[in-house]
Design a protein around this ligand. Sequence first.
Ligand code: AMP
Length: 287
Amino acid sequence: MEIIRDPQSMQDQALQWRAEGQRIVLVPTMGYFHPGHLSLMKYGRTQADRLVVSLFVNPTQFSPTEDLDRYPRDWARDFELAKAVGVDLMFTPPPEQIYPPGYQTYVAVEGLTQRLCGASRPGHFRGVTTIVMKLFNLVQPQVAVFGEKDYQQLIAIQRMVLDLNLPVAVIGRPLVREPDGLAMSSRNAYLSQDQRQAALCLYKGILAARELVATGELSAPKITEAVRQIITHTPHTTIDYVAVVDPLTLEEVETIQGAARLALAVWVGNTRLIDNTLLEESCLCCV
Ligand code: AMP
């Protein structure tokens, strides 16, 4: 497995592969790999002649009060795990080469990034879409793979690709959970034992919502209230948001018609966790 740090060398390599007609797949990450990350790489492997994984803790998507400095890092372990799933190239640029002095260009998707996580993390998605745009330019992928764990991020990137006519297919892959249901996340490493237990309330809320929908409840306020009850009765937690939204616009809906997304963000101690699930109106012919 090759490791490239220098952005120019990355782009030179990518352009050479493209000239040879090779299909490049990119999996962007911030590292500290878990099986959720590896599932994206394994999928990417099936689609690629050249599988590139970027490992970059992107400073522009963190606000000054957030966890940029303490974000978990273990590059040696990440390299081993990436090698084992067949990654061809890890791109690990230094922040000062991605944002050199004088840097002043950003890409922002409006509208849908103002909602949900965007409301409590102003500027976050501008940082995300900017780094993804730069990675697309540096790595020249035909395909980029993202996890549905960060559902709003996935939708924002798909919107950017559509709006800016970028020649990249953006694929969303399913959220990977721990055996007890907690969504895998690098940030789970911050949780104490008590908080780890409390963190299960997100998944319990999701299960309750799915159950309500399966029994015919389609009212978004009733579903979100049931989820809120579960979370507020769990110690160490503070709700940021619980919302039932349109899967593409991310606007809140009153009633589930066809499909909707339940999205939640909850503080567990000092750690902000997110989760989401598809809620589908059951088909009358199937009941
Ligand atoms: P991160 O390193 O947290 O920025 O995540 C890198 C990529 O992995 C993003 O596309 C995430 O959505 C995806 N990802 C993170 N956690 C999971 C998970 N539990 N299941 C599936 N994909 C995930």
